[in-house]
Design a protein around this ligand. Structure first.
Ligand code: PHE
Length: 493
């Protein structure tokens, strides 16, 4: 007979499996009075000897969405329409009977299913409206959740219902252990559980009782409990990495106020006072106001109204001091760099600011009202557009993005303007922010004489790409499991 070299635990598990035949880890643990991990460890080592089998089962489970539930009771919109459509009927009439929304949804499906046509604002039934697989499927939903077999329909119908957002899919994962014929055979031939010493005590040594006994071998296969060291949040780690790159490239880090006057956030950047970005729906406006800098306010006003002394027309109209005074939560960190340049007009200046900005965004997987930007400026004699592209390309290379390109962009304060993009396998070109050379309309009234290269890059986008996230909100959630398992560093292969 093969010598399996089984431990007592293994033997106990095998004997239990002989009775259970096939079971879950929890049931096995209960039966053997072991911990789930210990029982499973034996189950795995038995399976290596062909005595048991451990299988992971994944089942797809479907449930009705709330919309789906409503239709399961009341019928699909196209069915509800068909029920009050004995003859051609005006769409408006139907909208009165059912809701306009319902009619809107239904008409597309009526045509698709060839139940009715729309002719001159009328819904004309074709005479054919047999109950479809999709209707049967949702009507079959008695309980909350069902597998494909339980619903009793085909995968295509299910997929269509998911696309219609009437069903949602989740996966149910579980593990089973079963005994093999070989395992049963072994139990039949008899398994003896020998007493074995698991721990040497002083008692055993003194009494000499250990003599002739079997010692449990030290098992180096036992999986240890994972130990998670304390570490810096992955997002913070990436921010630090970006900061480090700019420091290494010779930049100075600067900080600025979160609350800025519209003057520094918009006007100083030659953003017209009727620019849509300044509207209530895009910007967080505060009740407070700030004094305008005496030294620059007239210059900025002249620039906005008629282009100052430049060969520029400005934006025309009247520039309002009152609008410029209104405080906002900074909508970009460009407010910080422009102020810094104004206070430090002597070249060379190489500064960056990596910090939070605020915009009224509806929260979704790629937008949050608070987000980080990586802002930077270079001011020096003879700085050119090519230097700007070179600098940004260098930054992205150092972040590990190999392919970088620039698409033309538009910002009121830069000319030329570009939007840097990096290439991501599987995603294509991903846009990462804006950059450009500050216009004379910006630099002139602030007393800045040299060309200024400027950029404002998205930080969270980079983090999503680097951390492989599909939803930006994950960056701000304390998902302890994700944090624990996040890698501190990656080894290159
Ligand atoms: N401020 C711009 C980015 C930008 C900064 C500097 C120059 C050009 C563009 C934004 O938030 O999108």
């Amino acid at each position: 007979m093969t010598d399996y070299n089984l431990t007592n635990n293994d033997k106990n598990v095998l004997i239990a499996m002989d009775e259970l035949s096939s079971t879950t880890p929890e049931e096995l643990a209960e039966k053997t009075s072991m911990k789930v991990e210990t029982a499973m460890q034996s189950a795995f080592s038995l399976s290596e000897n062909g005595l048991t089998e451990v299988t992971d089962v994944v089942t797809e489970i479907y449930s009705l969405t709330s919309e789906g539930r409503t239709y399961a009771e009341e019928g699909l919109p196209e069915r509800q329409i068909m029920n009050c459509l004995s003859e051609p009927t005006y769409m408006d009439e139907l909208k009165e009977k059912l809701s306009p929304k319902m009619v809107g949804i239904a008409t597309g499906w009526l045509r698709r299913k060839n139940w009715a046509n729309i002719e001159k604002g009328m819904v004309v039934p074709t005479g054919n409206s047999d109950i479809g697989e999709d209707e049967k499927a949702i009507a079959n939903f008695k309980e909350e959740k069902h597998t494909l077999e339980e619903i009793g329909t085909d995968q295509n119908t299910i997929n269509d219902l998911i696309k219609r957002k009437l069903l949602s899919k989740t996966e149910d994962k579980y593990r089973t252990v079963s005994i093999t014929d070989e395992g049963r055979q072994l139990v039949k031939t008899g398994i003896t559980i020998e007493e074995e010493i698991t721990q040497i005590t002083s008692q055993l040594l003194k009494s000499g009782d250990w003599k002739g006994k079997k010692f449990r071998p030290y098992n180096i296969q036992t999986p240890p409990k994972p130990v998670y060291g304390a570490k810096i949040h992955p997002y913070q780690r990436l921010i630090d990495q970006m900061r480090q790159i700019f420091l290494e490239m010779g930049f100075t880090e600067i900080k600025g106020d979160v609350v800025q006057s519209s003057f520094w956030n918009f006007d100083a950047l030659f953003q017209p006072q009727d620019h849509p970005a300044r509207e209530m729906q895009d910007t967080f406006h505060l009740d407070t106001k700030s004094e305008l800098p005496e030294k620059y306010k007239e210059g900025i006003r002249d620039m906005h109204e008629h282009g100052g002394d430049l060969q520029s027309t400005g934006w025309g109209g009247k520039w309002s001091e009152d609008i410029a005074k209104r405080d906002v939560l900074r909508t970009h960190t460009t407010a910080v760099t422009i102020k810094y340049l104004t206070d430090n007009p002597n070249p060379p200046v190489k500064a960056f600011c990596i910090d939070r900005a605020y915009r009224r965004e509806t929260i979704d997987p790629t937008h949050t009202p608070e987000f980080e930007q990586l802002e930077g400026v270079i001011m020096d004699e003879n700085m050119s557009f090519a230097n700007l592209l070179g600098c940004l390309e260098e930054f992205y290379h150092r972040m590990g993005f190999e392919d970088v390109r620039f698409r033309p962009g538009y910002f009121p304060y830069t000319e030329p303007s570009v939007e840097p993009e990096v290439y991501i396998e599987g995603l294509g070109w991903v846009e990462l922010g804006g950059a450009g050379v500050f216009r004379k309309e910006v630099t002139e009234p602030l007393g800045i004489k040299q060309p200024v290269l400027a950029w404002g890059l998205g930080v969270s986008r980079v983090a999503m790409l680097k951390l492989g996230l599909k939803d930006l909100r994950e960056l701000y959630q304390a998902d302890i499991d994700w944090l624990r398992k996040s890698q501190v560093c990656q080894l290159k292969d």
